[in-house]
Design a protein around this ligand. Sequence first.
Ligand code: AMP
Ligand code: ZN
Length: 493
Amino acid sequence: MPLYDNHTIKIYNTLTGEKEVFKPITPGHIGMYVCGPTVYSNVHLGNVRTFMSFDMIFRYFKHLDYKVRYVRNITDAGHLENDDDVGEDKITKKARIEAIEPMEIVQRYTVDFHNVLNTFNFLPPSIEPTATGHIIEQIELIQSIIDNGFAYIVNGSVYFDVHKYNETNAYGILSKRKLEDLIHNTRVLDGQSDKKNPQDFALWKKAEPTHIMRWPSPWSDGFPGWHLECTAMSTKYLGDYFDIHGGGMDLKFPHHECEIAQNQASKGKNPVKYWMHANMLELNGARMSKSTGNYINPAELLSGENDKMSKGYNPSVIRFFMMQASYKSVLDLTDDGLQSAEKGFNRLMDAIELIENLKTASKSSFNVTNWQQKCYSAMNDDFNTPILIAHLFDAAKYINQIKDGSATITEKDAELLASTMQSFTFDILGLTNISQESAGNHQLAGAVEILINLRKEARLNKDFALSDKIRDELLEAGIQLNDSREGTTFTTK
Ligand code: AMP
Ligand code: ZN
């Protein structure tokens, strides 16, 4: 019997504004689409948080034996500056500044994205389609929207007619906006004069002569609109109506709102059963964002080479820090927060290391089955990882009590405790035990100790050139020797 038969998951659905019982469209199968990155610069930790929330959700579904098709795209064309319909393509702009091919930019930052996600122990999605690999599908989609009367062509560009659409559909259904209010609040910008109304959005844009990333279409040599790409790629791999569409909270409007409109206008169907939005990561109280400069890149946080944190943090500590908040809450990245996450993470890992060698008894002084149920209930309640982690700490406390002799556990319960603790910590939260790395550190310490002794010998032989060489070259390698009366110790940078 698959595990999901024993569990009822509830998911907060942005579309209905309610926590709903999750029922996949096809029993046992889940189709999930998450808007991927626009690969024009290094990902920052805010981006990482959103993808990590969906990685945890993907992991939990898989743990429950669901067959999941998880599609996360790469946006490699069509995303214009300021998420607007005018302005330069983000990727082309970067390519122009660096005087290289746009596809070199795409390649560089796709590789960076994958490296970062590997560092944080992400599972790869089932399909990772690119926007430029799906131009034909996008052209077909635009044609059907035109044929259904919801789009118009001006000077080689195609725009979605939001006002026409709103006569028979509800534009704003996801973000709870009303077209009248949007009309009232829209500033009319220069350069938008091709549109009938400022609320309309581009499905296809005619390329200026200087625009490098261009494709032939029935309307012009041009490029697709950003919102359209996701409609084409999600429905191609998951069908016209699929289970879950996710992304960051900032994408709800207009990006996801437009996706709904495009699907309704081309296929007459609402595309998604459950819309899920992950909340934002802040840095010292303000939203992390490339454009404001308030961001930190993963590499800087890992190495400690930044002006915002006191030191570097292990990727599992950062992952643990993020998992301590619900994916729906805003989370502020601070040095204090990371330091306490580090302590908590180490406490959890220490307990997990003890778990294998617990002395067993004839009775358990803790209800392990009930505890396991509570772990599942936390995850079933809209993936409540902070509550799950609180339960994992309860278990860690119990494990320490068993070790001290102030609590007991039966052999059967010890097995259940070990397997549950490990699967929630490693398989579902996606943490990795850094004791393997600590083992690496152990070996490093051994090697440095040998060099410290060689240096001591050199000094005794008055070979100061050699002793200084050992000290200086270690420093270059990031290892600082500290001499004191008690002897020599070392610190790593
Ligand atoms: P982009 O590459 O800008 O299209 O963004 C990729 C993903 O990262 C989107 O799902 C955004 O919602 C998300 N994102 C951007 N900034 C943040 C942030 N500060 N916190 C969490 N997610 C973010
Ligand atoms: Zn998208």
